[in-house]
Write a protein that binds this ligand. Structure first.
Ligand SMILES: Nc1ncnc2c1ncn2[C@@H]1O[C@H](COP(=O)(O)OP(=O)(O)OP(=O)(O)O)[C@@H](O)[C@H]1O
Length: 259
């Protein structure tokens, strides 16, 4: 049974610079959690700490604990590559491998660990993942065409198919719709609503309407001033954050007074 994500006393650094300070939060399984807040408050940094992508940057490190389904992902002996197998990520700009075929793009993560995939298994994974990403009907007759032959919105759904192909528990999405038109954005939002039955989804978004449409819980990050670390100021049900937040800063942000 999925337990979600537990973050305790987490601070996140880029060398000397503390970018995020003392986050404590429980993220529910099988739901969408949105992270909002002004630019530079550490939303993306926090998101990347949930699958150990943060430490890829030289000098970057994390203090405190992150447990995913009870497992401390920063414990000694835990392989970050394994963690990323359980916690997939979708980025702001769709980033399929442009010359690789649509089918091979879906399989790219799986092939990293399992070079000898049988054709019948590969076909089954490609279809299941593309169906899961609501892209199958649009591409089933051209799986051999390059990833770059798709529209931006289709490419983003291809990236989601690639992320779910490895059957992760958690999907992190960093502004996944910011490079997309409104129709493609709605397609991805609908998809998130479907995927939350199976995955724990955490999304960073600047789009308040999007947070309100897709998420059940919302976290508001803020900074006290230039150079200060970002903090998780308020975390509550999305409806509460948008209609009756406890903190004045949250209310000012969601009502568009700053940010
Ligand atoms: N690669 C990096 N090296 C050093 N500092 C970084 C790096 N990436 C981000 N930072 C710093 O960490 C802080 C938080 O940045 P982050 O990108 O997480 O904020 P954000 O809330 O996601 O912003 P935005 O909404 O603009 O994407 C900022 O002060 C930023 O300058």
């Amino acid at each position: 049974m999925s337990q979600g994500i537990d973050v305790t006393n987490e601070s996140i650094y880029y060398g000397q610079h503390k970018a995020v300070e003392d986050v404590n939060v429980h993220i529910n399984p099988s739901s969408v959690t949105a992270l909002i807040g002004p630019s530079g408050c550490g939303k993306s940094t926090f998101l990347r700490s949930l699958n150990r992508m943060h430490e890829v940057i030289p000098g970057a490190y994390v203090e405190g604990g992150v447990r995913i389904d009870g497992l401390d992902i920063y414990a000694p002996g835990i392989d970050p590559v394994d963690v990323r197998g359980h916690v997939g990520m979708v980025f702001q700009r769709p980033n399929p491998f442009p010359t690789m075929s649509i089918g091979d793009n879906v399989l790219a993560g799986i092939r990293l660990n399992n070079k000898k995939l049988k054709k019948s298994d590969a076909d089954e994974i490609v279809e299941r993942s593309l169906r899961g990403a609501n892209l199958w009907e649009e591409v089933k007759d051209r799986l051999g065409r390059p990833g770059s032959s798709l529209s931006g919105g289709q490419q983003q759904r291809l990236c989601i198919a690639r992320a779910i192909a490895v059957q992760p528990d958690v999907l992190l999405m960093d502004e996944p719709c910011s490079a997309l038109d409104p129709i493609s954005t709605l397609a991805i939002e609908d998809l998130m609503t479907e995927l939350k039955a199976t995955y724990t989804i955490v999304i960073v978004t600047h789009n308040m309407q999007q947070a309100a449409r897709v998420s059940q819980m919302t976290g508001f990050f803020n900074i006290d001033g230039a150079g200060a670390p970002g903090r998780l100021v308020e975390f509550a049900e999305t409806e509460t954050i948008f209609s009756n937040p406890s903190e004045k800063a949250t209310e000012d942000y969601v009502s568009g007074r700053f940010g």
